[in-house]
Design a protein around this ligand. Structure first.
Ligand SMILES: [Zn+2]
Length: 334
């Protein structure tokens, strides 16, 4: 994989894979699939009320002490003290609870559902009576469906202008310029959440300022946001940027307080940007022999940059004239 090894691996409940992953991918963080854990809990304990409490332990963003407190409460509430499954599950908590994986990057993935989705789609196109040739043709059809989905997503990100819906339009517009459409929607939710937060300055030095950010009506649980004004760095105690890679409401609240109008580079995670594939396209194309795919990539990359050029040039007459002149010359030269 381009001489890069994965940083994160999600597997189902097969613990035998844990040692193999440690040996083969020593730098990767291993996580157990949340959905499989829930299914195991349902099958083993057979108590529908347990599932709701157990889900909170898998996905909520709490600290270790809070995890232990909630775990004890669940054992008491559902009378599970002494259960072998419960004891074994507790031993592996560091690889399934968000409390222990909070600062590790997993994007949006906490289950193996994407992998299951691929299996399900391939099963839709392929059946056991296929000859080898049918199998190859059908697999190709399944891949074309994925590629088409990707093209549609790219088109929406590059060509459609979203309607601004929040009161912090400057952040929304900035996010729409940088991020793909799906990530933009997530950031819009965070921008809206930022409106319901209170912020106060805790300490200030020459370059750094520390804030306490609390939710309206919940002053007891605060998040600490540290802003390095010199380096334009934002650190929040929730570590949600580190685990998901998008600017969170706490950080947006601090940006608003500091009157910062553009997303700094430190908050733009390249993986989620519209141009994330550009570097891949320019490096991978010479060795790629799928002509149709290469052409589609090239059109996408060129269209992305042309859109940006048009966006900049249309707003200023001098720039418009300059771009028109250069483009005409370029077309003649090519
Ligand atoms: Zn935060």
């Amino acid at each position: 994989m381009g001489e890069k090894s994965p940083k994160a691996v999600i597997t189902d409940g097969d613990l035998a894979m844990r040692d193999a992953i440690k040996n083969v991918l020593p730098d990767a963080t291993h996580r157990l699939c949340g959905w499989h854990l829930q299914r195991n809990a349902c099958e083993t304990i057979k108590n529908p009320n347990l599932l709701r409490d157990f889900k909170g332990l898998i996905y909520d963003n709490n600290d270790h002490r809070d995890f232990d407190r909630r775990w004890e409460a669940i054992l008491d509430k559902h009378n599970l003290v002494g259960s072998t499954w419960i004891e074994k599950t507790y031993e592996t908590r560091a690889i399934w609870s968000h409390c222990f994986l909070w600062d590790k990057f997993f994007g949006y993935i906490r289950t193996t559902s994407q992998c299951e989705g691929i299996n399900s789609l391939i099963r839709f196109y392929i059946n056991r009576k296929n000859t080898l040739i049918d199998f190859m043709h059908n697999l190709d059809r399944a891949l074309k469906k994925y590629r088409n989905n990707e093209l549609i997503a790219d088109f929406k990100s590059q060509c459609l202008e979203p309607v601004m819906i929040t009161s912090l339009e400057v952040y929304e517009r900035s996010a729409s310029c940088y991020f793909t459409r799906n990530i933009f929607k997530e950031i819009c939710n965070e921008i809206q959440r930022a409106g319901a937060l209170n912020i106060k300055v805790l300490s200030t030095t020459l370059d750094k300022v520390e804030f306490s950010v609390t939710a309206l009506g919940d002053l007891a649980k605060d998040r600490r946001v540290e802003v390095d004004r010199g380096k334009n760095l934002f650190l929040c105690s929730c570590k949600l940027f580190e685990s998901r890679g998008i600017p969170y409401s706490h950080v947006l609240c601090a940006m608003k307080f500091e009157n910062i109008l553009e997303f700094p580079d430190s908050l733009i995670y390249k993986r989620w940007t519209k141009n994330a594939k550009n570097e891949f396209i320019s490096t991978e194309m010479p060795v790629n022999d799928d002509v149709e795919r290469v052409l589609k990539f090239r059109v996408g990359a060129l269209a992305s940059n042309c859109n940006k050029l048009c966006d900049i040039a249309c707003k200023d007459l001098t720039k418009f004239d300059e771009v028109q002149f250069e483009l005409v010359n370029l077309v003649i030269r090519l």
